[in-house]
Design a protein around this ligand. Structure first.
Ligand code: PA5
Length: 452
């Protein structure tokens, strides 16, 4: 059974001439990755350790079952970056798009709200909801470091609301480092149920740990199947011949595209359910590879919507882009013959929306290929927990391989850390007073302003 199919025809020079990649060159880079791959599978990165990932499943499901006994109606997830984007992707792909609006929700799952920003106007609305429905609101606080100001400040706001009730502690759960960080200290001191982010797995590589698995389990998603898909993908990457190896080939193509002056990597799902996957990928590629003046720029587009927004640029603008299409459509929806007196609409009447969606995808892909814009397509046979797990793991490995090619550490994010330090300094954190004073002085100094 084929779950995922990669089509690389439109990226090869045989198809698009000089804008494409020569097969020999592709093979050379792929074989270089292949040698690296062997060392990686000899000493796997922690995110590739499936016995470790599976070892958490029992605890995750137990905590989820306990929480569900409290009859929650709202799940509020506090977290940012790698602590929320994976869950967002899973929910977007696998839950009913109108889940929150349904009276009878599948698996009796709560409504969900992922709070990955601290704009007070957004927090306030959700805080009001939590105030009104305190006893039915569950808080999941996720932070690997347990120190991130956005997440900690949100937690402070929501704890204040929930803690009016004596039994509030059973409606808060924490996912953080096993030993380190303020959040761990809080979990211990105040006695909240908690799960670990395993050692050595950074935020954006943590979706298959309790970070993504706990919220998914609470919503009734089959997390074992997500891990099954990821592990099958891992076996494929370990065993498949390098020219037929999804991760090796995609990493080679994306890298070579950048080297050819096409550093704009657009991910364009033709599948609404995979929209959030493109956001997750955007973070993974940007934060992992954007180092030492290197790294491609990931962009997200939505098919068909952005045909009417971005496509003009992609086809006729600078030839600095390479497109990855993700394609999957399972639903059918007949288009009725509602205006039979208009002959011009005959080509739509009586057809299926699925056929139109497919035609638009093919039309877009063909027009890009005609303009010699390199593009690859990954087709998924269905949007299932298995395939979502496989896709997550595939791209985690793609990025790990690209880190090797770019000669950067794909697993740190020093530039992001600096921003966190400045924020804390401005807010007056102990030990950072001097930095805070310098920034304040700069702000009060001479600025170049244009006013209206
Ligand atoms: O990938 C990463 O490491 C980051 O994007 C983090 O996930 C993000 O900065 C949030 O950090 P934390 O999980 O420590 O709160």
């Amino acid at each position: 059974m084929t779950h995922l199919t990669l089509d690389i025809t439109n990226v090869l020079s045989k198809t698009i001439g000089d804008e494409g990649i020569d097969r020999v060159l592709l093979g050379n880079v792929a074989s270089k990755i292949n040698r690296f791959k062997k060392t990686v599978y000899d000493t796997p990165y922690p995110f590739m350790d499936f016995s470790l990932l599976r070892s958490h499943l029992k605890d995750v499901n137990r905590v989820a079952e306990d929480l569900k006994k409290t009859k929650i109606n709202n799940l509020i997830l506090l977290g940012i970056g790698g602590s929320s984007l994976g869950t967002e992707t899973i929910f977007h792909a696998l839950l009913d798009p109108l889940h929150n609006l349904k009276k009878e929700r599948k698996n009796n799952a709560p409504r969900y709200f992922i709070l990955d920003n601290i704009d007070p106007s957004r927090i306030k609305q959700l805080a009001d909801l939590a105030k009104a429905e305190r006893k039915e609101t569950l808080l999941i606080v996720i932070s690997k470091s347990g120190e991130t100001p956005e997440t900690m400040s949100q937690f402070m706001v929501f704890k204040d609301i929930l803690s009016i009730d004596k039994d509030y502690k059973k409606r808060i759960v924490i996912v953080t480092d096993k030993n380190k960080g303020m959040l761990r200290e809080i979990a211990k001191r105040e006695g909240y149920p908690s799960l670990p982010v395993p050692e050595g797995i950074g935020g954006r590589f943590s979706v298959l740990t309790p970070v993504g698995m706990l919220p998914a389990s609470i919503m009734g998603i089959d997390i074992k199947k997500i891990l099954d898909g990821a592990e099958e993908m891992s076996k494929h990457i370990e065993e498949a011949y390098y020219r037929k190896n999804l991760a090796v080939v995609i990493a080679s193509i994306l890298y070579l595209m950048d080297k050819k002056g096409k550093p704009m990597h657009v991910m364009m799902p033709y599948c609404e359910r995979l929209n959030a996957f493109a956001d997750w990928f955007r973070q993974l590629e940007a934060e992992s590879l954007g180092k030492k003046g290197r790294g491609p720029t990931p962009l997200k587009s939505t098919g068909v919507t952005d045909q009417h927004s971005q496509l003009q640029l992609y086809i006729d603008g600078p030839k600095d882009k390479c497109i990855t299409f993700l394609y999957s459509v399972d639903e059918c929806l007949p288009i009725p013959d509602s205006f039979s007196y208009i002959e011009e609409l005959n080509y739509l009447a009586g057809k299926d929306m699925k056929a139109l969606f497919h035609a638009e995808f093919l039309g877009t892909r063909r027009s890009l290929t005609d303009a010699k814009i390199p593009n690859i397509t990954i087709t998924l046979d269905e949007i299932s927990p298995f395939n979502i797990g496989a896709l997550f793991f595939l791209y985690e490995m793609v990025i790990a391989f690209m880190g090797f090619l770019y000669e950067v550490n794909a697993f740190d994010q020093p530039a992001v850390e600096l921003g966190k330090i400045y924020t804390k300094a401005i807010m007056g954190k102990k030990g950072l007073e001097e930095k805070g004073r310098i920034i304040e002085k700069e702000l009060k100094g001479k600025r170049v302003l244009i006013e209206f």
